[in-house]
Design a protein around this ligand. Sequence first.
Ligand SMILES: Nc1nc2c(ncn2[C@@H]2O[C@H](COP(=O)(O)OP(=O)(O)OP(=O)(O)O)[C@@H](O)[C@H]2O)c(=O)[nH]1
Length: 597
Amino acid sequence: MKDIRNFSIIAHIDHGKSTLADRIIQLCGGLSAREMETQVLDSMALERERGITIKAQTAALTYRARDGETYYLNLIDTPGHVDFSYEVSRSLSACEGALLVVDASQGVEAQTVANCYTAIELGVEVVPVLNKIDLPAANCPQAIEEIEEVIGIDAADAVRCSAKTGEGVIDVLEALITKVPPPVGDPQAPLQALIIDSWFDNYVGVVILVRIVNGTLRPKDRIVLMATGAQFPVEHIGVFTPKSQARESLSAGQVGFIIAGIKALTVAKVGDTVSHANKPALAPLPGFKEVKPQVFAGLYPVEANQYEALRESLEKLKLNDASLQYEPEVSQALGFGFRCGFLGLLHMEIVQERLEREFGMDLITTAPTVIYEVRQNNGELTVVENPAKLPEPSKIEEIREPIVTVNLYMPQEYVGSVITLCTQKRGMQIDMVYRGRQVQLIYEMPMAEIVLDFFDKLKSVSRGYASMEYEFKEYRPADVVKVDMLINGEKVDALSVIVHRSQSQFRGRQVAAKMREIIPRQMYDVAIQAAISSHIIARENIKALRKNVLAKCYGGDISRKKKLLEKQKEGKKRMKQVGSVEIPQEAFLAILRVEDK
Ligand SMILES: Nc1nc2c(ncn2[C@@H]2O[C@H](COP(=O)(O)OP(=O)(O)OP(=O)(O)O)[C@@H](O)[C@H]2O)c(=O)[nH]1
């Protein structure tokens, strides 16, 4: 085991994580030059565009070091966004080391900081690497100073490299084997394997990526997944180089995959422990957590006849995304659709985008909401993830909302504005810690505020320098009310939102005003009203307009007429006919666009 090194790469977007990973894979002979042509580590087109790695992948590599020894390196990829922070912590806890890649021409940036602290807290050895030294703007001494000040680790002998030219990449590997300790574990002990990731493969079913902590696993062994107790006979085991390669055994310290005829991703949860069914470990590995959807929204096809297609697309997505939930739902205004549960806003956006892009769906999405626990006067306790389903105020005894613990990191100069923002968002300060030039703020905050627009606001008050991660804490009583929107006197269920009472009047007015801007003028007057119960709190009017786009081009250039009609059709695409009024997609998300008081 002395010759194994398990590591991951922590880097800010664009600092060169994928390029460096590719270089390392190339140096260690994992792939031929032709296979290298396409960047391997983040394969989904969507990911590349957004620059985030959604599904962790891995590579088992062999490296002949300068000391003449051969080392087995396991590169474990980590996803890079707040919604996936639990998966990040599981990937990191499967490593003994992490390369902290910093673009020497840019210095340390916010996003890396939170992941780096997670690594340090998990006892992972962080090895600083300065990348892009080929750039004229590279300033290594400055980058070193920033790493030391901001992250607080010694960076004097940070490795300098250029993932682009290949210069210094060997030094990165040498630093890795000297600085990162080999794994510890007992190959003879009962099996404990940590699930780092799992995904669905059309041919073999669920593939589980594990880090074996103790014990040894062989094909044909019978395994148990400790959180669910489900048992399966192992069919194949192996490693990714990054191509898959079968192995006869995987033992303590190694990283590899298990295929065991598992059909549903929900059985093999990230963070769970795999053990032998006949001789299970006494206890699972620490740190398993059930990740549950935190944010819910309704997804409706623009064309009613697309409902079945939407169901099929969601089914397909769900195969590879255990955290996505959906249930059929009916809205008076929007017809048949699905109430979907997501880990967070980014997760929601990704799902939405994949549905539209990969599956060609045309969707209307309602405003995201958190889950409320509602106790009614008759003692009944219900869970509400759709504002339209909130019982009448007179029937409610108490509403409780989810509270999250938020960890924020930012340079000192932004502490003031971040605190102001947190207070505005009903946050309660728990702690404030100085870490070099960086400050860590810990807040407890209603999840609903985070869902609304906290992340964007945080970025704007800190000019992008603050980073955050959050975790569900508990449900607490909350003084919230439902604001309904009426269009021409009709309540549109899909437009209702739940907001804090102190903000309700203000938000109701703002949403109405925003909708007046968004909803195009129609053939008749349209009245938009906001109401709490039967009490109207705001009213806006959209004046009638006879919209005849052809009126301007009398004279009869037919191709121009066609073009205009085409354009008008395009504009209609994401509209939904509600009663007699056409409402565009943005109107359903108007609540996300309003300013704070
Ligand atoms: N000049 C120079 N450019 C580099 C170097 N390493 C990476 N790049 C470039 O920097 C850009 C970002 O590199 P990636 O490897 O995609 O960065 P990443 O951190 O993986 O980014 P995401 O995948 O978006 O998270 C690409 O255009 C690379 O070609 C380097 O050493 N020198």
